[in-house]
Structure formats: structure tokens, C-alpha cells
Design a protein around this ligand. Structure first.
Ligand code: CIR
Length: 264
């Protein structure tokens, strides 16, 4: 495959519901406000359009507080989509909600037959798809996902997520085909092998969930040292507010499904 893994022309997002204030979180740092999440989401959609992608906006789902985080119930690639089985009980049925859209947009849509896997645990690089085991993604789900990925012609590997970290991608993101942005705790586990690694400055760990889209890197605006590091390294940084979604353990990758469609 010659296309860079960060080249996208299509994304799907879902508007936040008012129930987003009840989103899942590991530790209570206060609830986000609906208005605050909505403003962060609106700015994200605008930044995505500026980055050159076509945005499909799905309607809010009041019954599912975390459904704004469309990255978790599915995976999408140029070659097809995979409907996952989220590891949090309150999120399982988000899959049925997104399935019709994916069936409309993709010729090939596979179902994860067993186990549990969240899209937040999946990092797609040019060479392979990394699947992090976590409290949301178990070994059965990871193995089933590897079989689905093989059907789509994608190589994959199963790796570990640091203890206590929600998702694999909570702690890392792809900056380009050779470079990963990672927390020190994840990088130290050695999972990134030959990649050039840029380590998040101590105290800014949530900044690791950044998002490279075409020529820009979206980064949480609460993390000035990470922004400076990426800027000095020559990346085109677009800071975006993530303060409210951060209260429910989310970052920038969580709010979209991204792929390069040959039909656009
Ligand atoms: C959850 O716990 O499922 C949500 N509150 C946050 C999901 C974040 N998603 C992601 O990292 N892909």
C-alpha cells in the first residue's frame, strides 16, 4: 500500500446527545456540560473540513451517552468496515446504531463474531494494525479481529496497553508513517519497535491522543509543551479544546471514524 496511513478523505462523526454529561469515566473530575462538549465537537468538525475531508454527521442518540465517540463501535478502512463488540455494557448497542450507515457506505462490512474489542484500542499504521489488549478489548476479541483484518488484507499484531489506561490509543497516535507520538509509559513497553518515537512531556499524558489528518495534527489545546514539541519538529499543529470530553476520558481520535474512500 503506498498511501500514507494518515491520508483520509472521509469521516463519520455523531453529534453529542444531552446525555453526554453521563458519559463513562474512570475517575470523577466533574461532569462535562452538554454545551461545552457541543462546542468542542463543532470545532472538531470544522477542523476536519479544513483538513480536506468529507464529513458525514450522524444524529445524536440520547439513549447512548458515549455514542459521540464513534471510533469505538466500528473500524473502517478503504477495503471495508468491521462492526466491533464494545467492552462496556452501556455501549454494546451503539453497534446496531452505526451499522446501517456503514452498510450503506461500504461494500464489505464484517461482524466481530466473538469477544470484545473497542476501536480506541486499534492503531492503524501503514504496515499493520496494532490491537491493544485492555479492559475493553480481550484476547478473544483481538483474535477474532485479526481474522477479520486478514479478510480485508490487513496485517495485524496484538499488543499490551499499560495497566489502568482506558484504550491503547489513549496513550499514542500516529504522526506519520515513520513516527509515533506516545506516552513514556507506553513507549517503554517496547511495542513501537522501529518507529521513531516522540515522547509526551511529563504531566501532559492525555495529549498522546492526538490525530494526524492529511497535512495537520490535531492536538488538545490544554497541552502547550506537546504543541511546542510538535511545532518545533515541523508538524502543522491545530490545537483544539478537549477539556470537556477529557472529563469523560476521551480525546481527539475518539470522535471520528476515518478512511480514504476511492469513491469520493
Ligand atoms: C468511554 O469510557 O467509553 C468513553 N467515556 C470514552 C471513550 C473514548 N474513546 C476512545 O478513546 N476511542
Amino acid at each position: 500500500m503506498t498511501r500514507p496511513a494518515h491520508q483520509f478523505n472521509s469521516i463519520i462523526v455523531r453529534s453529542p446527545s444531552r446525555s453526554v454529561v453521563n458519559g463513562l469515566r474512570a475517575a470523577d473530575r466533574g461532569s462535562p456540560t452538554y454545551e461545552g462538549v457541543k462546542a468542542e465537537h463543532d470545532a472538531y468538525v470544522e477542523a476536519m473540513r479544513d483538513a480536506g475531508v468529507k464529513v458525514t454527521v450522524l444524529p445524536a442518540l440520547e439513549a447512548f451517552p458515549d455514542s459521540i465517540f464513534v471510533e469505538d463501535p466500528a473500524l473502517v478502512f478503504t477495503e471495508g468496515a468491521v462492526l466491533l463488540r464494545p467492552g462496556a455494557a452501556t455501549r454494546v448497542k451503539e453497534v446496531e446504531e452505526i451499522a446501517p450507515t456503514l452498510r450503506d457506505m461500504f461494500e464489505t462490512v464484517l461482524d466481530l463474531p466473538q469477544g470484545y474489542a473497542d476501536g480506541g484500542d486499534v492503531l492503524t499504521t501503514r504496515e499493520s494494525v496494532m490491537i491493544g489488549l485492555s479492559a475493553r478489548t480481550d484476547t478473544a476479541g483481538a483474535a477474532a479481529l485479526q481474522a477479520c483484518l486478514e479478510k480485508l488484507g490487513r496485517k495485524s499484531e496484538v499488543v499490551a496497553t499499560p495497566e489502568g489506561v482506558l484504550h491503547f490509543k489513549t496513550d499514542c497516535s500516529l504522526l506519520d508513517d515513520e513516527t509515533i507520538l506516545s506516552t513514556d509509559r507506553l513507549a517503554r513497553s517496547g511495542v513501537f519497535g522501529e518507529f521513531r518515537q516522540m515522547i509526551i512531556p511529563e504531566g501532559e499524558e492525555p495529549a498522546a491522543n492526538a490525530l494526524r489528518v492529511n497535512d495537520v495534527v490535531l492536538v488538545g489545546s490544554d497541552f502547550p509543551r506537546t504543541i511546542e514539541m510538535l511545532d518545533k519538529a515541523g508538524y502543522g499543529v491545530v490545537p483544539l479544546k478537549t477539556t470537556e470530553i477529557g472529563k469523560i476520558d476521551a480525546g481527539l481520535s475518539c470522535m471520528s471514524l476515518r478512511w480514504f474512500s476511492e469513491k469520493v
